[in-house]
Design a protein around this ligand. Structure first.
Ligand code: MG
Length: 159
């Protein structure tokens, strides 16, 4: 069996009047993430980690933010397309581990719904998706509530 790993990192600015999508779940908050798509930072890092694991460039390469087709798009659709690329090449996900960095609101109560949403989109068991959350102790752009960031690592396998 062959195995490969991938890593993803992403940042989005936070602003009033925007929606805060995380892992395909709408999180109620006074601020949301700004982006060309729905700005779901958690899905974006998973896409980037998967693309990276197979040396397939990055999310901006496949879904350019200059393309009106992706304006406001549900990031679950981007992840669905990335999974097609992964499976076309004969790979399957071993596991995914992620961390979301956000000062407010608390991410933890939404993690079960996010895992359920991501598992359904990727067609893998919830047990293979880990979502962790941290504040940055009020330090930096995350701590000032100016932005949200996330990290993901993935393991993919092929028989
Ligand atoms: Mg992004």
């Amino acid at each position: 069996m062959k195995v490969r790993t991938g890593f993803g990192y992403d940042v989005h600015r936070l602003a009033a009047g925007e929606e805060l999508w995380l892992g395909g779940v709408l999180v109620p908050h006074s601020k949301g993430a700004v982006g060309h798509s729905d700005a779901d930072v958690l899905i974006h890092v998973i896409c980037d980690a998967l693309l990276g694991s197979l040396n397939l460039r990055d999310i901006g390469f496949h879904f350019p933010d200059t393309d009106p087709a992706y304006k406001g798009i549900d990031s679950k659709k981007l992840l669905t397309e990335v999974m097609v690329l992964v499976r076309e090449k004969g790979w399957e996900i071993g596991n995914i581990d992620t961390t979301v960095c956000l000062q407010q609101p608390k991410v933890n109560p939404h993690i079960p719904a996010m895992k359920q949403s991501l598992a359904a989109v990727m067609g893998i068991p919830e047990d293979d998706i880990s979502i962790k959350a941290t504040t940055t102790e009020k330090l930096g752009f995350v701590g000032r509530e100016d932005g949200i960031s996330a990290y993901a690592s993935v393991l993919v396998t092929r028989d």
